[in-house]
Design a protein around this ligand. Structure first.
Ligand SMILES: Cc1ncc(COP(=O)(O)O)c(C=O)c1O
Length: 394
């Protein structure tokens, strides 16, 4: 017997659920890519992306996923043999560093671990040791989608400043932009990147990069530049060059609609919605963890992301739980990846999410815990309901 029917619900951390409005926005003919409508669409999106990153710097749209946007950043500012400091907090900064190493960059990892966020004091100490300023750039993720860690980018920016180090600070916001506050200029970030398929509720396929004046200075001397990614190639008034070729017209229609929806909600409200729903999830996980099998991967409560929660399982197979949720109830949970492969599952709460989606997901997990006889503290979904009842307000 199953209780699934209709649309499967994706509770994975990207691609996320797309609003019907976003899907419908793509259901129209292409534009003439040389028309004024096309130029205006691009201009509006580039301006809005800079606002989302909170920078006076320039934004770029690439036909690419997050890996492409990583490469865009590296190729525009780095030279072969430059030193890059990778701040570890799970999987994704390491992935960015691996890409850099394959491009000929000298990569050093500031060791972190999968259960905690980056410690700004450790960053400051490492930078103070680098008296010759050999480190040219530092990369970090705001949210590590695998570990569920939230890194305090503002504090890391301050640490870099107080070390008096000139390295470029480059931040991955793939799993946070549009969901959690990000202040590129205020926090001392020189380059930021993101993708379309998570908080921005748009199909996968668009990568975004924003860069400030310091990044452009480095760009002038970078020797890893290649034509498609190159910021300079995208300069000028000719619209065709903004995408180094044909514009991804339908993805842009989708992105326009998604950003319009975020504006209609209000960015602050969107952040608050994510915060409340994330806390509801954490209340449920905290209750379940009393059974000694489930637990938070991220040890410190204030280092847990508002966009994804990574739940570890001790002595039970998360795949069985995930299978039950999907096959019996139509809810797809994120799988544990990297070091957490086979030991965790992930609950995404990013992008187009609301109370019924989150409470439904929690309820289904609880059904699975019950059906599979996995020991767990009772009342997880109830705790989430109580939290929202207290916090959402009358
Ligand atoms: C934080 C983060 N950065 C980068 C990436 C890579 O993005 P993509 O899979 O679109 O290449 C991901 C993918 O999940 C991610 O979560």
């Amino acid at each position: 017997m199953t209780v699934r029917a209709g649309r499967e619900f994706l509770a994975i951390p990207g691609p996320t659920t797309m609003p019907d409005e976003v899907l419908q926005a793509m259901h129209r003919p292409a534009l003439d890519i040389y028309s004024s409508q096309m130029v205006e669409l691009t201009e509006s999106l580039l301006a809005d992306l800079s606002k989302l990153f909170a920078t006076k710097g320039k934004s770029y749209i690439y036909i690419a996923n997050g890996h492409g946007a990583w490469e865009a950043v590296l190729s525009n500012v780095m030279s072969r043999g430059d030193k890059l400091l990778v701040l570890e907090s799970g999987r994704f900064a390491i992935g960015w560093g691996n890409a850099a190493a394959l491009m000929g960059v000298d990569v050093e990892v500031l060791k972190g671990d999968w259960r905690r966020a980056i410690r700004p004091a450790e960053v400051e100490a490492r930078l103070k040791e680098d008296k010759e300023h050999r480190i040219k750039a530092i990369v970090a993720v705001q949210v590590d989608t695998a570990s569920g860690a939230y890194n305090d980018i503002e504090a890391i920016g301050k640490a870099i400043k107080s070390a008096g180090h000139p390295a470029l600070f480059m931040v991955d916001t793939v799993a946070s932009l549009g969901c959690m506050p990000f202040e590129m200029d205020e926090w001392g970030v020189d380059v930021a990147m993101s993708g379309s398929q998570k908080g921005l509720m748009t199909p996968p396929g668009l990568g975004f990069v924003a860069a400030n004046a310091r990044a452009f200075e480095a760009h002038k001397h970078a020797n890893l530049r290649t034509p498609y990614w190159d910021w300079s190639e995208r300069e000028g008034t000719e619209h065709y060059r903004k995408y180094a070729g044909t514009a991804p017209v339908h993805l842009l229609f989708a992105l326009r609609k998604a950003i319009d929806m975020l504006h209609a909600e209000g960015l602050e409200n969107a952040f608050l919605r994510h915060r409340l729903l994330a806390k509801a999830v954490r209340r449920a996980v905290a209750a379940w963890s009393e059974g000694q099998v489930l637990g938070f991967n991220i040890a410190e409560a204030n280092e847990r992301s508002d966009t994804v929660t990574t739940v570890t399982m001790n002595g039970f197979d998360p795949a069985a739980l995930q299978r039950f949720c999907k096959e019996k109830c139509g809810v797809v949970l994120g799988t544990g990846i990297g070091d957490l492969s086979g030991q965790a599952f992930r609950i995404a709460h990013m992008g187009h999410v609301n109370a019924p989606m989150i409470l439904g997901t929690l309820g289904v997990i609880e059904v699975a815990l019950h059906a599979l006889k996995i020991p767990h503290g009772k009342g997880g979904t109830e705790a989430a309901i109580e939290y929202l009842g207290e916090s959402v307000g009358a």
